[in-house]
Ligand binder design. Structure first.
Ligand code: PLP
Length: 326
């Protein structure tokens, strides 16, 4: 292991769901813990969730547990009950924060402990070849510095064709497009492709020209306008829009929670279909996800999106709304 890899492993906490350990079994992240014949490793066969804990509290936990259960159902994986996950998550966060509170004893991870953010992953693999039960564990680790930076500086994005049409999710459910599976090699390849072009991230489009999602995020855009108020005046309309969920995309827990908070704050909500022209016409575009949160998009394929002032103002407003989400 390189020294940065061992520092990272030192900061990472693993808690396996194990019927013999009520609150989960803590395992050493610097030692091998999986069988090489686990089908998660040999086939990428499994599901996962990534969520953020702030101040020791996992955010949107029920939504993540619901999506994990939905992904597991889609793959016919029989996973432990919710309370076992909740207990293991609590153990992982407590252990992780305990380590951070005593940095003199541990390696310097470079994590920003001021924000007290912990990335919590829930992982399920099909298990060891030959019919073993699924392998399930929780991983707690520091948030990546790049994500925090991109929340503030914004990102440049390229549009990439995913190659499927927007109806394939319904026609071919075995593609598992609405499940959060461990098979993210394609998503990671798309991100590398974007970086080779000097961009930070990707918005996938469908073969029939619809806007879909990012490789690890949901697309969100804002349109501001005015409309007749019915009394001879005009009314300002502020609309948040996201691609429709039945277009073969993962339903985002962040987008879902933000929509609920935004509606209560007076925003109108809309669901696609969206085409790239809608992104270029938007007053602001974001990629939103549980760990990086709202990343404002500065350029798409080199074209400016909105204005920097409006982008900053709307991002600050939505960040405030997002901070109210439990
Ligand atoms: N879409 C994809 C493909 C993702 O991988 C993710 C998160 O990793 C999201 C959307 C955003 O989901 P959430 O807001 O629940 O993190």
């Amino acid at each position: 292991m390189t020294s940065s890899a061992s520092a990272q492993a030192g900061a990472t906490v693993l808690v396996f769901l194990d019927p013999a350990f009520r609150d989960g079994r803590i395992a050493d992240a610097s030692k091998p813990q999986l069988m090489a014949t686990d089908e998660g490793a040999t086939r990428g066969d499994g599901v996962f969730e990534s969520l953020l804990a702030v101040g020791g509290r996992p955010r949107k936990l029920q939504a993540h547990l619901n999506r994990l259960a939905g992904s597991a159902r889609a793959l016919e994986l029989d996973i432990p009950a919710e309370d076992a996950w909740r207990r293991a998550i609590e153990t992982a966060i407590r252990e992780f924060r305990g380590q951070q509170a005593a940095p003199a004893d541990g390696p310097d991870t470079g994590a920003d402990s001021d924000a007290d953010e912990v990335v919590v992953k829930l992982l399920v693999t099909r298990g060891v070849e030959g019919g073993a039960p699924p392998t399930c564990w929780v991983q707690a680790s520091p948030p990546p510095a790049a994500g925090r930076r991109q929340r503030e500086t914004g990102i440049d994005v390229v549009l990439l064709d995913r190659g499927y049409d927007s109806e394939v999710g319904e026609r071919a459910p075995w593609l598992l497009l609405g499940a959060k599976t461990l098979s993210y090699a394609v998503n990671m390849a798309a991100l590398r492709h974007a970086r080779h072009q000097g961009a930070d991230d990707v918005i996938f489009t469908s073969a029939d020209g619809r806007v879909l999602e990012g490789p690890t995020s949901t697309v969100l855009l804002a349109h501001l306008g005015t409309t007749d108020d019915g009394e001879g005046g005009v009314r300002t309309v502020r609309r948040l829009i996201t691609p429709q969920l039945d277009s073969g995309i993962l339903p985002g827990t962040s987008q879902g929670a933000l929509f609920t908070a935004a509606k209560a704050a007076g925003w109108e909500l809309g669901y696609g279909p969206l085409v790239p022209a809608d992104l270029y016409d938007a007053d602001a575009v974001w990629l939103i996800s549980s760990i990086r949160l709202l990343a404002p998009v500065n350029h798409i394929d080199g074209k400016n999106i909105g204005t920097p002032e409006l982008r900053r103002e709307l991002t600050a407003e939505l960040n405030e709304l997002f901070a109210t989400i439990e």
